[in-house]
Ligand binder design. Structure first.
Ligand code: IYR
Length: 219
């Protein structure tokens, strides 16, 4: 039985809630994913703060089943890029289906992953598929996919809020990241997120988002 404490909360005026709601939606609507990163440095403290923000995400049974590995070492980033590109070349040559190729076509993705070496930081989110008790036995973790998805969302929002960009990169398979980053067997690479400033000539696909009517149903 855990202890309970009073919730710290101050109710906003309806005007203030409405104002913040509109401002936040507009703020997130300005976020874009780009593949083009500047090589300019980003302080480690900013990455630490984005990870702190991500670590506030709700998680199944509050098990916080995530590990963020933040890589700035150029050699290590290069090795990650080499390994990712090797997998991606196989993906784009053989594993991709015609339907998948058509879906990716508007995004202009290919096996070349310059963002993994251009961005000053590459943050790899590992999902802890189970935990380890002090005696080394396994502890079941619940809803780890959902938990890590939410934490990734918080991280992405934090990066956007500090005026930086990130790209949700999912090399497949991602097993090479466990080896390169020396992660234990209970951790599975979940998402790769290069973080930095956009390149001066950064481009994004000319995409539109679904409208509210397309994504929401009210009953
Ligand atoms: N993992 C590949 C392919 C890829 C898949 C999806 I779904 C994307 O939205 C983008 C890319 C790659 O990283 O290129």
């Amino acid at each position: 039985m855990s202890a309970f404490i009073p919730l710290s909360h101050q109710r906003l005026s309806p005007t203030e809630s409405a104002r913040r709601a509109a401002e936040f939606a507009e703020h997130l609507d300005a976020r874009r994913t780009t593949r083009h990163f500047a090589t300019d440095a980003v302080p480690r403290e900013w990455i630490e703060l984005a990870i702190r923000a991500a670590g506030t995400a709700p998680s199944g049974a509050h098990q916080q089943p995530w590990t963020f590995v933040a890589v700035s070492n150029p050699d290590l980033k290069q090795r990650m890029r080499d390994a990712a590109e090797e997998e991606e070349r196989r993906f784009y040559a053989d594993r991709i289906t015609p339907e998948w190729r058509a879906a990716l076509e508007p995004l202009g993705t290919d096996a070349v992953k310059t963002h993994l070496t251009d961005a000053p930081w590459v943050v790899v989110l590992f999902r802890q598929s189970y935990g380890l008790h002090a005696d080394g036995s396994r502890q079941t973790f619940y809803y780890t996919q959902e938990s890590c998805g939410i934490a990734a969302g918080f991280f992405i929002a934090a990066v956007h809020t500090m005026g930086l960009v990130t790209l949700t990169h999912t090399p497949s398979p991602m097993g090479f990241l466990s080896d390169l980053l020396e992660r234990p067997a209970n951790e599975k690479a979940f998402l790769v997120m290069p973080v930095g400033y956009p390149a001066a000539n950064a481009q994004v696909p000319a995409l539109t988002r679904k409208s509210l009517a397309d994504i929401a149903v009210f009953r």
